[in-house]
Design a binder for this molecule. Structure first.
Ligand code: UDP
Ligand code: MG
Length: 139
């Protein structure tokens, strides 16, 4: 059975461009309950750990530089089928390929500065949430 939680970050580009409020409203209107949320900034070490799966990819250094370049908003979201449904709400990694009306289609400019993160599995949702929130804060 698919889980009820996913983890997200509003990335530095979207925060810097003033899209935070619209994105939070978009998420709520799509039926997600925000169960935890915080403004924060990633250290180089934390960003490297968070994206460790991409460590050998050519874009890794640029990704870490970008994700540490400014404020992010980290959040845990709750909904039935949260992981898959939220991936649908944010759209494809490359905003050029993101479906109309998705967050990346509306607010992202490029594949590296693509406005928003969404977990790719129930397991990773809990691991990623644990980077930012203590277990007792989650519910
Ligand atoms: N990314 C990038 N260039 C690429 C692929 C990915 O800069 O060619 C960045 C982008 O910010 C993306 C993140 O690396 O959101 C993680 O990549 P992933 O394939 O996991 O995409 P996502 O799950 O975020 O859609
Ligand atoms: Mg991913």
């Amino acid at each position: 059975m698919s889980g009820k939680l996913t983890f997200t970050m509003i990335k530095p580009d979207a925060v810097a461009n003033g899209h935070t409020g619209k994105i939070i409203d978009h998420i709520i209107q799509k039926g997600f309950k925000i169960v935890a949320m915080k403004y924060t900034k990633l250290s180089e070490e934390k960003a490297g750990e968070f994206y460790a799966i991409h460590r050998d990819r050519p874009f890794f250094k640029d990704l870490v530089d970008f994700m540490t370049s400014g404020t992010i908003v980290a959040a845990i979201l709750e909904k039935d089928n949260a992981v898959a449904d939220f991936r649908d709400v944010i759209g494809a990694t490359d905003p050029q390929k993101a479906a109309p009306g998705t967050i990346r289609n509306l607010y992202a400019k490029s594949i590296d500065a693509n406005a928003m993160h969404g977990s790719d599995s129930d397991e990773n949702a809990l691991i990623e949430a644990g980077f930012f929130f203590n277990a007792f804060e989650r519910f």
